[in-house]
Design a binder for this molecule. Sequence first.
Ligand code: GLN
Length: 533
Amino acid sequence: MNTRYIFVTGGVASSLGKGILAASLAKLLQARGLSVTIQKLDPYINIDPDTLNPYEHGECYVTVDGAVTDLDLGHYERFLGENTTQANNVTTGRIYQSVINKERRGDYLGKTVQVIPHITDEIKRHIKILGNTKKYDVVITEIGGTVGDIESLPYVEAVRQLKWELGKECLCIHLTYVPYLAASHELKTKPTQHSVKFLLQSGVQPDVLVLRTEHNLNEDVRRKVALFCNVENGAVIQCIDAPTIYEVPLLMHEEGLDSVVLRKLDILNAKEPDLKNWISFLDKFKNPKKIVKIALVGKYVELPDAYKSILESFVHAGAANEVKVDLHLLQSENINADNVNDMLGDMKGILVAPGFGDRGIEGKILAACYAREHNVPFFGICLGMQCAVIEFARNVLGYKDAHSTEINPKTGHNVVDLMESQKNITGMGGTMRLGAYPCNIKKDTLAYKIYGQEMIQERHRHRYEFNNDYLKEFEDHGMIASGVNPDNDLVEIVEIPKHRFFIASQFHPELQSTVLKPHKLFVAFVKAASEME
Ligand code: GLN
C-alpha cells in the first residue's frame, strides 16, 4: 500500500490540542493494525527548541537519536509507544538552513531562490522523508500554529501542493473551536466558518473538521458547519473536553473519526481497533485506590508544560500502582531552611526536577537534604541528581563549599563538573550530551531491583556530570554509583542503600514513559511513596 499522508491544521485559537488529536488518530489507526508515525512542523526560526527558555516553549523533548524537539513528540511517543527521531520534527529554521546551504553549494544552478518553489519544495521533501522509508502506512503531519499566521503560509501552500499531487492518498483535518455564549446559551460556528475560509483562500479544502467544544454540538450545528464549509455531514466531528487526554482516542472513535479517515483514504481492509490495554489503563487511572502526595521541586512550576513528560510519567505510574498521584509543584526559590519542614512535611515522596542555572538551586539542595535526613522517598532527575550529589558532599562529606561548576566555577569541591567533551564547545544550540546512551547497572542495587536487567538505554540532555575523582569518597560514606556508562565511566545513577528509597539519575527517564509501558523508575518511586503511612 502507498503511504497515506494526513495533515492536521488548526484555526480560531492556538492550544486547541492538535498534538493530542494527531496522537489520538494515530493511536486508533495503529490499533487497527496500521503502522503510523506523526510529524510536527514548527513555523519558528529557531533550528530546534534547544536554546529556548522553558517559559517560552515548555519542555524540550529529546529523541533517541539526540534531536531536541517540540513537546508534542512526547505525546506521540506516549500514545503510540514508538520512538520518533529528528525527522519527526522540522522547524522553519531547519528548512531555511537547508535551502541556504544548498544555495551556497550552488545547487540551484543560478536560479533566484524563492519561498515558492524552493522553501515549499524543501517542506514537501521533509514531509515525504518519513513516507519514503516505506516503514509507515500513514504519516500524520501536524502543522504548528494557526492558519492565517504569516509564518504558517509556506506550510499551508506545501499542503495545497501535496493534496493536488497525491489526490486520494492525502487528506487535511482542520481543528477549530466552537465557543459557547453563556448569556444566550448558544454555540457559535462563525469562527469555524472564517477559519475554513482562510484555508480556502490558500487553496486548501479541509476534508474533515474537528470541532473542539465544551458543550455537546447538536445536529443543527453540525449540519450548518458542513454546509458552510463544503465538508460532508459525517466528516464534522465533535471533540468535547475530556477529563484526561488519554480519553480522546476513545471519544474520537465514538465520533467515527478513524472510520471517516480510512474511507476517505481508500484504506478498505483495516480491522476494528483493539484498545483493550488502553481501556484497562483508563480504568485504573479513573479508579485509584488511594491518593499519594508527591512534591515536584522545580523552578518553572508556574508553567507545568516545562515538566510535561514528568507529569505524564506520574499519570502512567499512578495508574500502574492503582493510585492517584497528587502532585504538588513547589517553587524551589521559595524553599529555605526555615520553611522546608512545613513545605515538605506531609509529602510521601520528593522529586527534584531537571533544570539549568542557579535560580532556585539552594531550595532544590534543601529538598534533597530533607528527603535524605527524613527517609522520605526521593527521586532526582538530571539537575535533581546533581543537587543530591552536592547536598551529600556538603552535609555528609563535610565539603561546605561543594557545588557544580555550572553554578560556581570557582568552587573548591567541584563534585559536579563539565564533561571533558564539553570543555571546548562554544556554540549553545544542540551541543549538550543528547540522546540515548547505554548504562550498565550494578547487581544488588535498588536500580537493579527496579530495572531487573544489567544494560539499559536512557536519554540525556546535559553538559555537567558527577566528578569521578570523588566517587570513592561518596561510596565509602553511603552514596553509591549504581549505574555507569560502559564506554566512559560517567556516573548515570546514584543511590543511598541505607535509605528507604533514594535514587537519582543523570538521564531523563520521563522521556521513555508511555501509557502502556510506564517507566519502571517512576513506578517504583510512586510505589515507595504509596507505602509510606
Ligand atoms: N544544567 C545541568 C547540566 O547541564 C542539568 C541539565 C538538566 O537538568 N537537563 O548538566
